[in-house]
Design a protein. Structure first.
Length: 198
């Protein structure tokens, strides 16, 4: 199956993934420079920026072509990663960090271009039919993401509590230090009621 990658467009409204549903990666590809090759009499290559677009759950649809200026504006976050050479960054929880899956399932998901648990949850039902037990796995994925979010909130609360405890301990130490400092000035007069009564 050959795809005209220069003019590839998404066709039909049902199969068109949203920008968030598409995995976009910019990368360097070695492209032979024919002018230099002929001039120098040896194979000469230049690195050119390319873009690869993949749909999670569909290993048949992939676009791989030279990057255009339009791509840089359409996918600015991915372009920024490419420029900083961090092309392997996965948005969300990496699929191999999800404890429900075994290694074979992780390999299967990666072959279907599913790199994060969030991508799996957002995947269209039409593509999910390729995965055995899709509905049960999706439910588990949603529970996992909910649990992760709650765990992050609990960790944040614990961190704030620890910070407050630290501030309280510092204030108590300062108060104790201030209580130990002798007071200046004249000592208070102690009135002896028994002496005054006589």
């Amino acid at each position: 199956m050959s795809i005209d990658v220069e003019n590839a467009n998404w066709v039909g409204t049902d199969n068109r993934p949203s920008k968030n549903g598409v995995i976009v990666v910019f990368y360097d590809k070695e492209v032979q420079d024919m002018k230099r090759t002929l001039a120098e009499g040896r194979a000469c290559f230049n690195l050119k920026p390319y873009i690869r677009k993949e749909v999670p759950g569909d290993n048949l649809v992939a676009i791989d072509r030279p990057a255009r200026d339009q791509d840089k504006f359409e996918f600015p976050r991915e372009w920024e990663r490419y420029q900083s050479k961090q092309t392997d960054v996965v948005d969300g929880t990496p699929i191999d960090q999800w404890p429900v899956l075994n290694r074979a399932q992780v390999a299967e998901f990666k072959a279907l271009h599913i790199n994060s648990v969030e991508q799996f949850v957002a995947m269209p039902m039409a593509h999910g039919a390729k995965i055995m037990g899709f509905n049960q796995l999706r439910d588990k994925a949603m529970e996992f993401l909910t649990w992760q979010k709650e765990a992050a909130q609990v960790a944040e609360i614990k961190a704030k509590d620890a910070e407050k405890d630290s501030i309280i301990a510092q204030l108590q130490a300062r108060l104790e230090a201030l209580e130990k400092v002798p007071r200046r000035g004249r000592p208070r007069k102690v009135i002896d009621n028994a002496a005054n009564a006589a």
